[in-house]
Design a protein around this ligand. Structure first.
Ligand code: C2E
Ligand code: CA
Ligand code: CA
Length: 722
């Protein structure tokens, strides 16, 4: 702290203190002025008294010796005595001596005038043990008085100077101290009143001694000398052991304010209390906490809270309560996001969140744990059937169209379920297993729900490896397209080929599509692979003679990519294949996600001349209804019906019905999986337009195509040879 100097000459010391200082310094000065000459005089007088005494005793002893020798007559021998005592006085003042007898009769007196004052010393003259007279020595103190007067003059001057100095220095020191105190006090006041906290100081009797402005702002002005108890509960005197147990408390006031009160002992005083209004801080804390635990978009609990909830639920499960974790992944969400934009995607997520919340119980927790991934902790799920009824209900509500910006949006969801058991409760593990079940579900198609089984774990690992292999396969062109002839039923001649992919795995050999297509769909790899099949098969078909067509399978996932139209256009453009020679085979699962975009795309392709076939007809559960949605060019009856033709009567009826339907709707009907001659005959009789199956040929590599053409269409083979 900088020492404060008094401003200018103006003293800050109060007048009475200054008068007091003046008086004290004056006394000090007077004391100096008096003490010095007094001491000087006293010492001088003592010296001269000593000298007198010495001289008196010397003279007396001389007189004594003389008397001892001369007996009684000494009184009359004044001349002789005068000689005896007349010797020099040294360098002191001249001394006058007088001798008297015991009766007071003067024997002798030296003639010397002494100016007053005079100092005298009497020495007895003792002879033979009897005092027979006195020797008086006298000296004038006038010179000493004169010198003392000089000394007094000097000491008065000194006293005056001392008076001036002491007064000045004392007032200045006082000023410095006072102004430092004043400044400290100002600072203290400034600090006290500008604190963001309210402050109260109480003495040891719990009486209010100091409080600041903030305190008054917060609680109104307290009355002078109020006790802590009188100031209300907020200030009720602290417990006796504040020293050992400092006191921090948070009070919620009836007016909604939250006040934090901190109380600490003050050494040798009483105690101090500070008050902080933490209402706002509490609110932001609560907001931050909400933000930390919730997803901003949907307001649902987030992954962190989900974890926390699972952790808290664990003890209940150990006591025998059941708990299930359901992971939900939306099918088709990426398409919505990519084709309709993120605002629509966001709104869709919000609506999904609302539906999930509305359709679960209070005790269940619904969280958003990823982009389009949600998770539910279902408590009291005693058996798988309880979970199933929930997942069924959720499937129902999620399939129900969403209305966003005047559009009807249909999606679906896959679910993975894990039932917690007391052995297996770690949130991470539960979530991981639910996720594994979800992966399994996604791999099995849209809208699938799977319960976790330990075997899935190994399965998933295998799938991961295979996925890596597939990526390598794509990069290293390990895929190949095989072709299977399509035969006109009546003439038994070739109309085209279906392109069927194969994977020539370096270790496993030729892998059929059934072993990897699902995985490529789940991972999205089907998009580049499908595009590759399109260009490869179209380029191949462009080299075939005449009108021969190529049928290419499309996966529903390719429709979600948003680039399918471009892929097809690219394949046609680079190969130069006429659009009407291209047939696209889709299954009803494509139409299951019947978005306007899918139908629109199919229509545009159809308008270009590309033919659209419905594949695997009869295996889905609503194949018939889909026929109405889009004007297919061809229906392919699934091979399961063809294979059952010999034994099962129902299959024949179905084939007959489909053929009738095709005729009525103007669609060609192809029967797949024809393996025997009798099957072929039957299908010919029933009026199928086309046949396909091992009876004619298995799918073969492109190199075998000329041979197949030669076998099934000698005319064309001849044309091609030309
Ligand atoms: P799909 O479209 O129904 O193809 C017909 C499947 O039936 C082929 O199996 C074919 O080899 C088999 N098949 C043909 N005739 C007979 C027969 O007489 N008896 C029997 N038992 N089977 C016969 P593949 O080649 O294993 O293909 C299986 C499935 O993989 C296909 O079923 C198709 O859904 C899918 N797939 C094949 N290639 C592609 C492709 O390039 N893209 C897409 N998205 N899927 C493909
Ligand atoms: Ca097919
Ligand atoms: Ca088929």
């Amino acid at each position: 702290m900088a020492a404060a100097s008094p401003a200018g000459n103006r003293s800050v010391a109060p007048p009475h203190i200054r008068t007091l200082i003046g008086a004290l310094s004056l006394i000090f000065a007077i004391a100096i002025a008096l003490a010095v000459p007094a001491a000087y005089y006293t010492l001088g007088a003592e010296d001269s008294a000593d000298a007198l005494d010495f001289k008196g005793r010397l003279s007396a002893s001389r007189v004594e010796k003389f008397i001892f020798a001369n007996d009684r007559l000494w009184r009359y021998q004044s001349d002789r005595i005068a000689e005896l005592i007349a010797y020099p006085d040294g360098n002191g003042e001249p001394i006058r001596q007088r001798v008297t007898d015991t009766r007071g009769k003067l024997v002798l007196q030296e003639s010397l005038d002494l100016l007053s004052p005079v100092q005298a010393a009497r020495t007895p003259i003792v002879v033979g043990g009897t005092t027979i007279g006195w020797l008086d020595a006298e000296v004038s103190l006038r010179p000493l008085v004169r010198r003392t007067a000089f000394v007094a003059a000097g000491s008065c001057a000194l006293g005056f100077v001392a008076w001036l100095l002491v007064r000045l220095l004392a007032i200045r020191a006082l000023d410095t101290t006072l102004s430092r105190l004043a400044m400290e006090s100002t600072r203290f006041q400034a600090a006290l009143h500008n604190m963001t906290q309210g402050l109260c100081l109480f003495d040891s009797r719990n009486r209010l001694t100091v409080f600041n402005r903030r305190f008054t702002d917060m609680f109104g002005a307290p009355a002078e000398g109020q006790t802590a108890a009188e100031l209300g509960t907020l200030l009720a005197p602290p417990g006796p052991d504040l020293e050992r147990d400092p006191d921090d408390r948070v009070h919620e006031l009836p007016d909604g304010r939250v006040i934090q009160v901190v109380r600490r002992p003050v050494p040798q005083e009483g105690w101090v209390a500070t008050f902080e209004d933490i209402t706002e801080r509490r609110r932001t804390q609560a907001q931050l906490l909400h933000m930390a635990w919730h997803d901003a978009l949907t307001g649902l609990p987030n992954r962190a809270m989900f974890h926390d909830h699972l952790q808290r639920a664990a003890p209940a499960v150990r006591r025998g309560h059941a708990l299930a974790v359901i992971c939900i992944d939306l099918d088709g969400f990426t398409t919505v996001n990519d084709t309709l934009g993120h605002p629509v995607g966001d709104e869709l997520l919000r609506q999904v969140a609302d539906r999930l919340r509305e359709n679960t119980r209070e005790t269940d927790l619904v969280a958003r744990i990823g982009g389009d991934e949600f998770a539910i902790v279902q408590s009291d799920a005693e058996q798988p059937s309880d979970v199933l009824s929930l997942t069924d209900r959720l499937h129902g509500i999620l399939r129900f169209p969403f209305q966003i910006g005047g559009q009807n949006i249909e999606i679906d969801a896959c679910m993975g379920v894990v039932l917690a058991d007391p052995e297996q409760l770690a949130p991470d593990e539960l979530l991981r297993n639910a996720d594994i079940a979800l992966c399994r579900a996604k791999a099995d198609g849209r809208g699938v729900c799977r319960f976790f089984e330990p075997a899935m774990d190994a399965d998933i690992r295998q799938r991961r490896e295979m996925e890596a292999d597939l990526r390598v396969a794509l990069a290293e062109e390990q895929f190949e397209v095989f072709y299977q002839p399509l035969i006109e039923a009546d003439s038994e001649s070739l109309t085209g080929f279906e392109a069927l992919i194969r994977w020539r795995h370096p270790a496993r050999g030729l892998v059929p599509p059934g072993a990897f297509i699902a995985l490529t769909e789940a991972t999205g790899l089907i998009k580049p692979i499908g595009a590759w099949v399109l260009t490869t098969a179209c380029a191949e078909a462009a080299r075939w003679p005449g009108h021969l067509k190529v049928a290419i399978n499309l996966s529903p996932v390719q429709f979600e990519s948003g680039v399918l139209a471009e892929d097809i256009a690219f394949a046609l453009a680079t190969s130069g294949l006429a659009p009407h020679r291209l047939e696209l085979e889709i299954t009803e699962s494509v139409l299951l996600r019947d978005t306007d975009a899918t139908i629109g795309l199919l229509r545009r392709l159809h308008d270009l001349g590309v033919r659209i076939s419905m594949d695997d007809f009869g295996t889905g559960y609503s194949s018939l209804s889909y026929l109405r949605r889009f004007p297919f060019d061809k229906i392919k009856i699934d091979r399961s019906f063809v294979q059952n033709l010999d034994g099962c009567k129902g299959s024949l009826e179905i084939v007959r019905a489909v053929v009738g339907l095709g005729k009525a709707l103007g669609m060609d009907v192809l029967a797949e999986g024809v393996e025997t001659e009798p099957q072929m005959r039957l299908l010919q009789v029933e009026g199928c337009d086309e046949l396909q199956g091992y009876l004619f040929s298995k799918p073969r590599p492109a190199g075998d195509i000329p041979a197949m053409i030669a076998a099934f269409s000698p005319v064309l083979a001849a044309e091609a040879a030309d």
